[in-house]
Design a binder for this molecule. Structure first.
Ligand SMILES: [Zn+2]
Length: 395
């Protein structure tokens, strides 16, 4: 952790130099970026290992990044956020540029608001919060259980409680819904995020997702999703943007959801890769396949549960397994948070724990209703750099 303090100290001591905040341009790749800002490509890309090279593909349009220059306009450091937890740190040391993935430091706040519905949940949340994300999350959470169109009356209310991440005063990343409540003709309907990271209704029945639990039947998870992970042997920060299922070579892999195949070929460290595009901006990826099933090719429509290929070890892989990824609008998300585990019903101890959680959530929902809690916009402070405070605790 000493390392972080060194970086912080470095940043602060150089604070007289200018820190610029930019947004990642549309269609700009990491390589194009290096070229445009005149950073050397060899040490910052070609000399990296495959994992780090793949990480650089995670840069997304519109993301805020920082550049620190010296008095002559030379770049001293750059911070490029890859997701909400990990960022690329480019820095100059003894006249050479170095590359390292490091964690992003952020704080999480639990926020809540209530809204009276005059038009539709989507419209009124947008109007009250100005956040498309919040409106979409709320509507999507009830998609499979309720019909807003027919059963909402003017004057029905809704409450949303969620976690929002902040980086130096700026909200970033997707909010995580904890409770959603909507009245329909005054009757309350709920969805709760349980301690097992899945969503349930009032009765403890899981809210149905749209994907299959596992794209490989009976397979064991050998590696979980992580936006940042410290590799104890390599002593570096990495990410694992999917879930690995260990299975015997040749085991069938099925489509986790219905959709159109948009890629079925070899792709670098992914090996034999299939990408399927689903509704609502979702995409699933199946990597390291031994082979594709006959007829599986770009443009073909597949149904949930249909075999698309077979477990193998092609690409960068140490043994036969399926590397499974879920993306929404290009961003990797944890598949285990979205998949449907044959619609789980909570029982026994876990049901008891859920009921306790549910009742405390209901209390806060009703308190927010009573107080008509307004959405509060956090004032945006113009921060120069998120490494500003050397006292920031390292993770
Ligand atoms: Zn993997």
């Amino acid at each position: 952790m000493l390392r972080f303090f060194i970086i912080f100290a470095l940043f602060t001591s150089l604070f007289s130099s200018e820190v610029e905040r930019h947004r990642w341009l549309k269609d700009e790749s990491y390589l194009l970026f290096l070229e445009r800002v005149k950073l050397p490509i060899k040490p910052l890309y070609y000399n990296l290992d495959k994992d780090d090279q793949r990480l650089t593909e995670e840069m997304r349009t519109g993301i805020h990044y920082q550049i620190l220059r010296d008095g002559n306009g030379q770049i001293l450091q750059a911070l490029l956020p890859l997701n909400d937890e990990l960022q690329i740190h480019i820095y100059k040391e003894k006249n050479e540029y170095k590359f390292e993935p490091i964690p992003i430091i952020s704080t999480t706040k639990t926020e809540a608001f209530s809204v009276v519905i005059t038009h539709s949940p989507h419209y009124n949340i947008m109007k009250a919060t100005g956040s498309k994300k919040l409106a979409q999350i709320f509507v999507a959470s009830f998609r499979n259980s309720l019909n807003f169109k027919n059963d909402i009356r003017k004057g029905d209310r809704l409450v949303m409680i969620y976690d929002q991440k902040y980086r130096l005063g700026h909200p970033f990343s997707m909010p995580i819904l904890k409770v959603a409540m909507i009245e329909m003709r005054k009757k309350q309907h709920f969805i709760y995020l349980n301690d097992d990271e899945r969503y349930y209704d009032e009765k403890g029945n899981e809210v149905e997702g749209f994907l299959l639990a596992r794209p490989v039947r009976g397979a064991r998870i050998s590696s979980y999703f992580s936006k940042r992970r410290y590799h104890p042997i390599l002593k570096r920060w990495k990410a694992h943007l999917g879930v690995d299922y260990a299975a015997r070579r040749g085991t069938p892999i099925v489509a986790a959801g219905s959709g159109r195949i948009i890629y079925a070929a070899r792709m670098g460290s992914y090996g034999n890769l299939v990408k399927i595009r689903h509704d609502d901006g979702y995409e699933t990826r199946y990597a390291h396949m031994k082979s594709f099933r006959r007829g599986i090719r770009r443009g073909k429509y597949v149904k949930k549960g249909q075999t698309i290929g077979y477990v193998g070890s092609t690409g960068r892989s140490t043994g036969p397994h399926l590397h499974f990824e879920l993306r929404k609008h290009g961003r990797a998300i944890n598949p285990l948070r979205v998949v449907q585990v044959t619609t789980k019903k909570l029982k026994g101890k876990s049901k008891k724990a859920f009921i306790k959680l549910r009742d405390s959530y209901n209390k806060s929902v009703n308190l927010h209703l009573k107080n008509a809690t307004q959405f509060q916009k956090i004032p945006q402070r113009e921060e120069k750099c998120y490494f500003y405070n050397p006292q920031t605790p390292s993770p």
